[in-house]
Every structure is written in C-alpha cells, then in structure tokens.
Design a protein around this ligand. Sequence first.
Ligand SMILES: Nc1ncnc2c1ncn2[C@@H]1O[C@H](COP(=O)(O)OP(=O)(O)OP(=O)(O)O)[C@@H](O)[C@H]1O
Ligand SMILES: [Mg+2]
Length: 258
Amino acid sequence: MKIVAIVNQKGGVAKTTTTANLGACLAAKGHRTLLLDLDPQANLTLGLGVEWYNLGCALHDVLLDSEATPLASVLKQVADLPLYIAPGHLDLAQCEVMLLPHADKAYRLRNALEALAETQPFDWVLIDCPPSLGTLTQNAIVACSHLLIPTEPKFYAFAGMDTLNKMIVGLTKGLRFKVELLGVLLTMVERGTRLHQTISAEIRERFGDKVFDTVIYKNVRLSESEVEGMPIILFDKRASGAVNYEALAEEVIQRGGG
Ligand SMILES: Nc1ncnc2c1ncn2[C@@H]1O[C@H](COP(=O)(O)OP(=O)(O)OP(=O)(O)O)[C@@H](O)[C@H]1O
Ligand SMILES: [Mg+2]
C-alpha cells in the first residue's frame, strides 16, 4: 500500500480538498483508494457526504483501541467508486489528549494500517491531517510511506515548510522505515497574479523537481462540490478543478511507481 500523508500545519491550504479529489481521481482510474479523515473538523467526511454525527464508530475509536475497533470496521464506501473513507469526528480532539500519556501514541495509526493491509489491502491510502503538528499529524507521518505538501504561493509558505521539515526529520530519525517526499503541490493559484507567479517560481527554485508540474488553480466549483458532498469529478467533470486533479492523479501514479 502506498500511504500518503497530506500535511501542512498551515490552515486552509487545500489539504482536505486535495485528499478528497486526488482520492476520487485515483479511484476513478480503478485504484482501490482509502481516505482517512484525521482532522477533528471532519471536513473531509462532510465534504464527501458522510454524516459524522450518527456514525457507529469512527477513526478516534480505532486510535484509542484498534483491537476493539479495527480500522476495517469503520470504513464507508463513497459514491460508486472503489473509494472508501474512515470518517473523522469531533471526538478526535479529545482522543488526541487521551493518547498523550501513552508511549506508543504516535504509532497507533501505523499499527491499525498494518492490520488492515493483511485483510483488505488498498492501492492508495491518503491521510488528511489537521492544521497542526500535534499527535494526530505525528500518527500520519509515522504511518505514511510518502508525504504530499500542499501550499498556497504566499510569502509565509517557506517558514512553515522549514518547521514541518524539522518535525519530519525529528520524527523519522529513530524509525527503521523512511518517509519520502512525494511532492509539494501549489494550490489555489490565481492565474495572472504576478505575486503568485513570483512565489511559485521561488518555490520551484527551492524544491526543484519535488514540486509537482501540475498546479491546482483557484476554482469555485471545488468549493461548490464540497457543499454538495461529492468530489469534483462527479459534480462537474469539465471544471478546471476536475481537470487539474485528474492531471495530479496521473503525476502521483507516475511518481509513486504505482
Ligand atoms: N483550488 C481551489 N479553488 C478555490 N477554492 C478552493 C480550492 N482549494 C480549496 N478551496 C477552498 O478553500 C477552503 C480551504 O480548503 P481546505 O479545507 O481543503 O483546506 P485545508 O488545508 O484542509 O484547511 P484546514 O487546515 O482547515 O484543514 C475550502 O473552502 C475549499 O473549498
Ligand atoms: Mg482540512
């Protein structure tokens, strides 16, 4: 399984939008794809039309005790695609606090995914992280094989990426496994804005070929599809957002070797 954590501690940089729409595009190409909503805001769950308030169990139950609630038991299928979600819930916030005293607190998700791989493996697992570097995000980084970092072309993007990089190095130093940067993704790019062009160029200079060729342009249809509770490719296939995320899926498949 290729396990991709979609991470950036900065809020509102399109982590959730990227998880939902990249995931749907991979599934539409026939890849079995699982999305994990690791954010107490549960935006991913809501944006894919899954109601979080009357779920039986959700991801926080898995993190607290994956023997009582295995990951496989909380999965819900999305649309008519080979696309599944482990829903998030407001209780993930409380779960994060409850995990703190445990020595294995950052390893819970990794263990749950290893158990899932034995019974029902997926081609891709995409993890939507909250906008913080707390225990939930640490679980994603320890569990993943690859990182995907979405960023807006804004002037503060660099400082945030340095902090993130330090945490990743610190977390993975002692681990036996390595985490690879799948790519940095420029999101919400405004065509014709000179500042966006300048900063996009600086990001490309700094990160070189780690920056995806594909750029996600600003497109209000992406927000509308979220309100309708479906991925953009099922809502408006011709929208630029749909075209951009399909191109990203192609690039991700190439880079991930899958
Ligand atoms: N390419 C885009 N064009 C226009 N709007 C977008 C685009 N991508 C995301 N948005 C909108 O921007 C807002 C923030 O996006 P999103 O929720 O994906 O960010 P996030 O990084 O997950 O935020 P958080 O850090 O709060 O979890 C949402 O309302 C989303 O619909
Ligand atoms: Mg989000």
